[in-house]
Write a protein that binds this ligand. Sequence first.
Ligand code: F3S
Length: 91
Amino acid sequence: THVVCEPCFNCKYTDCVVVCPVECFYEGDQILYIHPEECIDCEACVPECPVEAIFHEDNVPEEWSGFVELNAEMAPQCEVITEKKTPLADQ
Ligand code: F3S
């Protein structure tokens, strides 16, 4: 699976969600999460994120390792997001 990490926090650019073929992004208040049981590792979202927040779980930087578990825990508790919206960073 891929994982949304710290750079998404208070950004939520949402460029990632529109390219996802399996609609595996879920929206938290300040960050998005990827559902690990739905992500197919297509990597389409990785180059779309302007702040490089998305990593394969095997390549998550050490300081953000906690985001692997956070995405897995939070995605099932949030609403799916499939359309781009105004980023927090631009508000
Ligand atoms: Fe977040 Fe980047 Fe998507 S900032 S909402 S992971 S495009």
